[in-house]
Write a protein that binds this ligand. Structure first.
Ligand code: DC
Length: 232
């Protein structure tokens, strides 16, 4: 087990993982790591270079030639609703990776087994030297299998669709709720049915359903659990 405290959070699209993890990390003074941003950045990079999202070797070669940096906590100029700051070859792509095209592309590159190995290694390196709240789809069983606290954060499809729809509208992206439900179902299907490390609930993970809870309530529940584990 690591000398640092590791909180691993997995869950489906729009279950609230990002918002909960960021606030949780802030409260505990831990580093927040949004691993989905790495898959999104890889998709963006491939789309910009017009590389097929199935061409694993080319996608990896391109990623390895590029410099990807993540920054947390945010600096005062970066507080604009984003969860994390991600820089690709010096360019702030924190918002560019949040488009529908990139969301869709990220779940496509996420099926590539060799690419996953490369990203998992980067994520494990980050967790080696500090206390972390890391969220994604394979954190509880692949990236941090020895985590001190494992959580599977979920919510009903309706609650998730309403949240994602509101996020899109605030960003000026005009889509119908039906389209959002379709998008979420397609991404869930890809994340849960892929061959390599599909999203799954680990037997030792704590299942938290956020459908009827406010974000702060979820964060408080987890903080209380961390205190219990640390005998505080
Ligand atoms: O959490 P997110 O929506 O930003 O993730 C984008 C995509 O990346 C999502 O479709 C699943 C994939 N992903 C993954 O396979 N493993 C992770 N640890 C994180 C994200």
């Amino acid at each position: 087990m690591s000398e640092f405290f590791q909180i691993a959070i997995d869950g489906p699209v729009a279950a609230g993982k990002g918002t909960v993890s960021r606030l949780l990390a802030q409260k505990l003074g831990f580093l927040y790591v949004d691993t989905g941003a790495m898959y999104r950045a890889t998709a963006l990079l491939s789309l910009r270079h017009e590389i097929s999202l199935n061409d694993e070797d080319k996608v990896i070669a391109l990623l390895e030639k590029s410099k990807l940096e993540m920054r947390n906590p945010l600096s005062p100029t970066e507080i604009d609703g984003r969860l994390t700051t991600i820089i690709l070859d010096g360019e702030d792509i924190s918002w560019a990776i949040r488009t529908q095209e990139c969301s869709d592309g990220s779940s496509k590159v996420a099926v590539l087994a060799k690419l996953r190995k490369v990203l998992v290694k980067k994520q494990q390196e980050i967790a080696r030297s500090q206390d972390v709240v890391m969220e994604g789809r394979d954190i509880t069983f692949r990236v941090l299998p020895e985590a001190d606290l494992k959580i599977y954060l979920t919510a009903s499809i309706e609650a998730r669709a309403i949240r994602r729809h509101t996020q899109y509208l605030t960003k000026g992206i005009n889509v119908s709720i039906e389209e959002v439900i379709k998008e979420i179902k397609e991404r869930d299907e890809r994340d849960m049915k892929r061959k390599t490390d599909p999203l799954q609930v680990m037997p030792d993970a704590w299942l938290v359903d956020t459908s009827k809870l406010e974000i702060e309530e979820v964060v408080d529940l987890i903080v209380a659990k961390v205190k219990e584990i640390r005998n505080e």
